[in-house]
Each structure stands twice: as structure tokens, then as C-alpha cells.
Design a protein around this ligand. Structure first.
Ligand SMILES: Cc1ncc(COP(=O)(O)O)c(C=O)c1O
Length: 397
């Protein structure tokens, strides 16, 4: 993205501001699709919309042929509003009430991924076309302990010893399981965990009486330091080596598709120096706008858009939230910024705006959507009215 375009957008829409380039999402989609299509003619891609539920992204991915991996009813309802139909939707909640599962069946959701025996019980009497079981394969993979969803004893999925119990139970209640699912972690940077996973999954798959699909989940990573995606050709190849069926392979990329499509623009409110040793750049985007650094110690590259000083110095880039962990980047080398300068935080398309909050009553940032360098849409910044207007009855106190 061009610096002057970014600064113009920041002046027009204010900061913090997410800017998303749909052309990058399209490029990422085409890349992962071509990697897997080489080997799997029955490939289905379900975009994990938790990474970024921006409706413009959803509409673009729909036009490219993607389906949706939904983690909550709110997600598949939005997807259906955008034009996805039930057959394009796989609902894989970490847990769900009977009422939520009922909503899924009313909305015609095609695939339900069962995470537990109780979810199976809760779905009694409802009908889905496909039932997958999410297994916990006991594999440690992901960029942080906090996102290793497939490690032993994690809250996700059914452990291998409970799997047979679930199959027995499904037979008792007349539900036919026809697929296997796993999602082992996020931000995986090499193909090895997928190779181990497919080994474990095919062994269990053979025990199903109806075998229609294997879903290996998402997790396809991105190197935030170099700006490179994981090599999806290698993943597709190792899975192909161990996938002896002419069956449907499903993948659920989230981060991969959107990570480098967005930047977050923020303004410098102050520069603080302590004893000439410790230096902070205080910006208007904090953990309320982008929680990944505070939550996972995640790294994001930072770019100063108006470079004016000559010597580089080391700064911690921190936000306006009353928390010590409210930082965006630590020990970054920058030419001395000044109040009013703009800073771009790179690679925030995944789990950026979708995890933003109103903490300290700050508004969730505005978003600008670009296609071919033209603004095609915006999401307005929250107003105080739409945040606090939801409280009713204050006058009764
Ligand atoms: C079931 C499931 N599928 C896919 C994903 C997407 O993961 P990623 O964004 O790392 O590709 C997630 C993320 O939490 C998930 O829980």
C-alpha cells in the first residue's frame, strides 16, 4: 500500500484505522487452493471466519468458491446473510447448547462437527447432512502454548480413548458419523505436524462405517518477521503421501487467507523518555484495538510513515489503555517519532479487528476496505452512543 494513500485515509477516517486490501485475500486464497487442488480433486475450503468476519472478505471468498467454518451461530447467520448457503457451512463450536444446535439445523447448516459426548446428546432429534467428530490427536503445534488446541488434555475435541464411546452412542441415537475433524493449533510454520496428524487421523478414519471426509482444520502459519506464508505445497504433498482414499479433504484456513491483507494505522500521542535510557512511543492503538501482543507476546512489524529524525533509537510502542501489558511492540528501532506522526502496524488481518474490544470504553476502530487501491467500503468507528445506548432503565435508579 502506498504511503500517501494510507496517510490520506488516516486523515479522512481518523485513527486507529484498519485498512484491508481484498486483492491480497484473493491472492492468498488462490495460492492455498492451487496447492491442494494439485492432489485433491475433492477439496473443500472452509474459511475460518473467526480470523476476520468482515463481510467484504466473506463476500469476496464466497465469489471465489470458499465455504465457511463457523464457531458460533452468529457467524453462520452472518455468512448466510452474505449469501453462503447451508451446504457451504461447517459448524464447529467448542461447545454448544441444544438451542444453538437447533438454530444451526433451522439455518440448514450442512455439517456439524461434534466436540464431545454432550454435544452429541444435545443434537439428538436434529438432522444434519454430515457429522464429523473433532478428535484431539495429542500433538503440540502452534506459535504459542495458548493456541495449541490439539495437545493432550486441551479442552478441544474428543480424546482417542473416548472416540469409540462416542461412536457407540451415536449408533444408539441414530446419528451416522461420516467424517473426522481436527484443528491442532494456529500459526504452524512447517509441514511436520500435519504429517503426524494425517497418520493419526487415517488410522481412526478406517474404523468409521461411513467414510466421507477428513477435515484437517486450519493453522497454516505466517512468519510475522519475514512476511512469508508457510509453504502450502509442502503440506498438501505430505498429506497426499498418507491419504489413501478418493475422499473429500477439507481444510479450514483462517489466518493464512487474511493475515497480511490488513494494516492498522495509529497516531503518535507522545514520546516519553526515562533517564535517557528507556523510551516509549505512545500511540492511540492499544490492546483494545489489537490484543495479540498482550495476549500471546505476538510480534508485529512497525513502520513509521513520516520519517523525520536521522538516528534510530530503541522504543517500546505502547497504547492508551490502563494496563501494563498494553503494548504493540517492544524494543523496536525507529527514527525519533513526533506527536501527530502516523505508524503502521503490519499483518493485522487475522485476529486483529475480530478480537478488538471496548475496554476503557474506547471505540472499536473503523475499517476501510480497498480493492485495486480504491475504497470499496468502510465500517464506521463505534460511537459512545452505540456502546452505552444498550443500557436501559438508568432513570429508574
Ligand atoms: C476449528 C478451527 N478451524 C480453523 C481455525 C483457523 O485457524 P487458523 O486461523 O490458525 O488457520 C480455528 C482457529 O481457532 C479453529 O478453531
Amino acid at each position: 500500500m502506498d504511503n500517501s494513500l494510507i496517510i490520506n485515509l488516516a486523515e479522512k477516517y481518523g485513527t486507529p484505522l484498519y485498512i484491508t486490501d481484498l486483492d491480497i485475500v484473493e491472492k492468498n486464497y488462490r495460492k492455498i487452493e492451487s496447492s491442494f487442488k494439485k492432489y485433491f480433486n475433492k477439496l473443500k475450503i472452509f474459511y475460518a471466519m473467526k480470523a476476520n468476519y468482515n463481510p467484504f472478505i466473506l463476500k469476496l471468498l464466497k465469489s471465489l468458491g470458499s465455504g465457511i467454518d463457523a464457531a458460533s451461530p452468529y457467524e453462520f447467520i452472518l455468512a448466510e446473510k452474505i449469501g453462503f448457503n447451508g451446504k457451504d457451512i461447517s459448524f464447529a463450536p467448542p461447545n454448544a447448547s441444544k438451542e444453538e444446535l437447533n438454530v444451526a439445523s433451522i439455518y440448514g447448516v450442512d455439517t456439524l462437527i461434534l466436540d464431545s459426548l454432550d454435544m452429541l446428546e444435545n443434537s439428538k432429534g436434529l438432522r444434519f447432512k454430515n457429522y464429523g467428530v473433532r478428535i484431539n490427536p495429542s500433538i503440540e503445534a502452534g506459535f504459542s502454548e495458548k493456541v495449541m488446541t490439539g495437545k493432550a488434555y486441551s479442552k478441544f475435541g474428543v480424546d482417542i480413548s473416548s472416540f469409540n464411546k462416542l461412536i457407540e452412542k451415536s449408533k444408539e441415537i441414530g446419528i451416522e458419523i461420516n467424517g473426522l475433524h481436527a484443528h491442532i493449533g494456529s500459526g504452524i510454520l512447517d509441514e511436520k505436524p500435519y504429517s503426524i496428524l494425517i497418520d493419526k487421523m487415517t488410522k481412526i478414519f478406517d474404523n468409521l462405517s461411513k467414510k466421507d471426509f477428513i477435515d484437517i482444520g486450519g493453522g497454516f502459519g505466517y512468519n510475522y518477521m519475514t512476511g512469508e506464508h508457510i509453504d502450502t505445497d509442502k503440506i498438501a504433498s505430505v498429506i497426499n503421501d498418507k491419504f489413501p482414499y478418493d475422499k473429500e479433504l477439507r481444510i479450514e484456513p483462517g489466518r493464512y487467507l487474511v493475515v497480511n491483507a490488513s494494516i492498522l494505522i495509529s497516531r503518535v500521542n507522545g514520546v516519553k523518555e526515562i533517564d535517557g535510557r528507556k523510551k516509549y512511543v505512545q500511540i492511540d492503538a492499544g490492546m483494545n484495538s489489537l490484543i495479540r501482543p498482550a495476549l500471546y507476546n505476538a510480534f508485529h512489524r512497525i513502520k513509521l510513515l513520516n520519517e523525520n529524525g536521522d538516528i534510530e533509537e530503541k522504543y517500546d510502542v505502547v497504547g492508551p489503555i490502563c494496563e501494563s501489558d498494553d503494548y504493540i511492540a517492544l524494543d523496536v528501532r525507529l527514527k525519533r517519532p513526533k506527536v501527530g506522526d502516523y505508524i503502521a502496524i503490519l499483518d493485522v488481518g487475522a485476529y486483529g479487528i475480530s478480537m478488538a474490544s471496548n475496554y476503557n470504553l474506547r471505540p472499536i476502530p473503523a475499517e476501510v476496505i480497498l480493492k485495486k487501491n480504491n475504497v470499496v467500503g468502510i465500517r464506521e468507528r463505534d460511537s459512545l452512543e452505540n456502546i452505552v445506548g444498550k443500557y436501559k432503565g438508568l432513570d429508574n435508579l
